[in-house]
Design a protein around this ligand. Sequence first.
Ligand SMILES: *[C@@H]1O[C@H](CO)[C@@H](O)[C@H](O)[C@H]1NC(C)=O
Ligand SMILES: *[C@@H]1O[C@H](CO)[C@@H](O)[C@H](O)[C@H]1NC(C)=O
Ligand SMILES: *[C@@H]1O[C@H](CO)[C@@H](O)[C@H](O)[C@H]1NC(C)=O
Ligand SMILES: *[C@@H]1O[C@H](CO)[C@@H](O)[C@H](O)[C@H]1NC(C)=O
Length: 459
Amino acid sequence: MAASLVSLTVSLLIFLHGAPVAVVTTDAATAQLPRSELAAIFRVMADLLGDPTWPQLHPRPCTDTPWPGLQCEIAPDDGRRLRATRLAGCTSAPICFVDDQAAAVELPPALFTNSSSLEQLVLKSNPGLTGVIPAMLSELRSLRVLSLSQNGFRGEIPPELGRLAALQQLDLSYNNLTGEVGVYMLFRRQIPEEIGGMASLSILDLSWNSIAGGVPVALGRLNLLEKADLSYNRLAGRVPPGVGSLRELVFLDLSHNELAGPLPASMAGLGKLQYLLLQDNPIGTAVPAAVVGSLRRLQVLGLSGCNLTGPIPRGAFAALGRLTALSLDRNRLDGPIPASLAALPHLGQLNLSQNRLAGEIALPTEFVERLGRRLDVRGNDELCVGRDRYGGVQASYLGAPPCVTAEGGDGSIGAGTSSSVEGSTGGAATTGRGFRVYEVVGMFGGLVCHIALLLVFYL
Ligand SMILES: *[C@@H]1O[C@H](CO)[C@@H](O)[C@H](O)[C@H]1NC(C)=O
Ligand SMILES: *[C@@H]1O[C@H](CO)[C@@H](O)[C@H](O)[C@H]1NC(C)=O
Ligand SMILES: *[C@@H]1O[C@H](CO)[C@@H](O)[C@H](O)[C@H]1NC(C)=O
Ligand SMILES: *[C@@H]1O[C@H](CO)[C@@H](O)[C@H](O)[C@H]1NC(C)=O
């Protein structure tokens, strides 16, 4: 039994529109919550706590037997009326809600009348919250924050939510959206285009669901969007060009989907983008240098596992002066490692492992020493380390054998003379064993950065 008592974190935050936060004073002792609001609170508490006696134990939850998670205020227009301004679970009380029945809990419709001035609805980490997301939520026209993350919601994202024109943050991450709903297979499995109606949206997080279909074209209409996380879904097709018009976008995570290339050229216009995470999508093109090479604010670029082919174009990342992490691992990249990557002043992580890169590693010693093991070139069978480079055995973590010295010559052969390759002029010159010479860019995905950004947004 104890094993089935899963601790839940539930917080339901209710802020009433425009109402000044008033401390409940003695006046409040005589004030009343409107019956419908009281009923809604009783239902939420009884359902989420799994305790049907909660309403009897807390008949006047604002005043007589206050519950630590509930805050009330006097209605600004009527001193005899109270309003619930905040209802919180684990955030303020050590006792968490317990999912002992695993019964589906539904959100009471009384919360969703369009007279409600609820501004924030935050219900997180409650696997007992199942079923579909109620379309009635679209009645909460004052809603600015809607977070239903880490629950058990299934089925479609209600298109009606597109009517929430005041919504600034939508977080439906870590559910089972568009996963199967019982025997009913009629649900749409994609992100509704109606999402384009959320004209105030700045944060959109639909990550870790099972959403299929394409990246919605309407995403391009959300021109206040700063963070878009659609990672860990089943999105397929190409990224729509409209995404390139999101001028405020700072963070774009489309990783772990089934997206194909090429990326739209318009994405080069994402002038504020700092994080571009595309790893683990079958992009299947050359390194998209024309797009990413102009994203001057970019700090983290993740293109691991994107089935990229061809060489790393030399200099393609040269404009990315703020780049700290570049991951291009698990692709099919060939040719040499461009030494120009070492010129990126803030680059602290470079993952080129598991490609087909070849030739002498011609990165400057200072760069190799600075990155240490954050430079990963392992799993490129034809890379080699030049004689006397990088302190010999100390650089064995590079995983590349010494370059074989040609008889009588001082150049290295074996995998080719990448330093001379690097020194040759651009274009597609070939040297040594025929490596094409381009300028290239790398990419990197950073979970740490991702987490840090989430903290910034949610704290
Ligand atoms: C919502 O409010 C409008 C007026 O603003 C009213 O006509 C409509 O009936 C209301 N809908 C509900 C479900 O209360
Ligand atoms: C999603 O659904 C699958 C089965 O359809 C289930 O095993 C899994 O636990 C669900 N995940 C969540 C977060 O509810
Ligand atoms: C990678 O691209 C090639 C074509 O260039 C294709 O045949 C292959 O299936 C792709 N691999 C993956 C994992 O998408
Ligand atoms: C580089 O990428 C490979 C393959 O994805 C991964 O196994 C390795 O841990 C990464 N290296 C670093 C230093 O992050």
